[in-house]
Structure formats: C-alpha cells, structure tokens
Ligand binder design. Structure first.
Ligand SMILES: [Zn+2]
Length: 153
C-alpha cells in the first residue's frame, strides 16, 4: 500500500504539474490508470487545440455519409432484385398448368385424368400453396413429384 501510494504520487508529480491538481485533495485518491487516462485526455485536447483538427471534421463526416448512401442504395437494389426474382418464379409456376402438363407429357393423359410422369401412378393429390398466391399444386400421391398447378376456385 505504501509502495503503490508512493508510485502514484511520484508519477503524479512527474507528469502533472497543474495548480488545479494540487488544489484538489480528492484527486490524490485517483489510481495510477485513472491518472494516466486523464493525462491522455488532456494531452489529446491540447493536441487538438494546437493542430485545430476540427477544421478537417468534414472528411470523416463526408466519408460516413457516403458509406450510408452506398449502403442504402445497395440495400434497395437487393430488395428490388429479390422482388423481381419472386415475381418471375410465380409467373413460371402459374404457367405450369394442366394444359401445359398434357402438352409436356402427352403419354400421361388417360381419359379425363392424367398420370404421374415420374412413376405412372394415377393417385393425384392437391395441395394449396398459400402465400397469397391462390394456387393449388397437383402432385403425385405415390412419389411426391409436383405435376402441375391450378388457380384456386
Ligand atoms: Zn409419381
């Protein structure tokens, strides 16, 4: 305790020699690191005052604004691209209707029904696709292959 106290006071006398420092008794209780930190802050403020760095504050400000603009533009582009891909996907799904299926797999047509082109089963099942697409998926009940799509009635 005595040694560390001596160390603090030694450093204090070596590095800080302001009258404010000596006038305040509470400052004596500061630890070594608090002391060093306050000195660093003071030196930084002094340095700023001498070099007048605030003249150049527009450089990081402009940089930050530029970064923000680039970020928002790329974000907007990404969203647009995703929306377009979604639209194209659903358009493609919509085009795969019963007529398309019969045209694609004419051998699968039997009477007024169709067979699964993958396994030949006539066990067809229907599932609603949801996601506000109002589409139904017709798939094979045996192998699970998606066959064609129709709009909800
Ligand atoms: Zn099948």
């Amino acid at each position: 305790m005595v040694r560390s106290g001596q160390l603090v006071s030694n450093i204090r006398h070596k590095l800080v020699r302001s009258s404010v420092e000596r006038a305040s008794p509470r400052k004596l209780e500061c630890t070594h690191w608090q002391k060093r930190f306050s000195i660093a802050i003071r030196q930084y403020v002094q340095f700023q005052r001498e070099t007048r760095l605030e003249r150049f504050v527009w450089i990081p400000t402009l940089f930050a604004i530029g970064l923000a603009i680039v970020y928002f533009i790329s974000q907007a582009r990404e969203q647009k691209r995703e929306a377009r891909e979604q639209a194209e996907y659903w358009q493609k799904i919509r085009a795969m209707d019963y007529v398309w299926y019969v045209g694609e797999h004419p051998a699968c047509k039997t009477g007024n029904s169709v067979l699964c082109f993958a396994c030949g089963s006539n066990n067809l099942r229907v599932e609603r696709l949801m996601q506000q697409t109002y589409l139904r998926k017709h798939y094979c009940g045996r192998c699970g292959t998606s066959l064609y799509y129709s709009t909800e009635v």
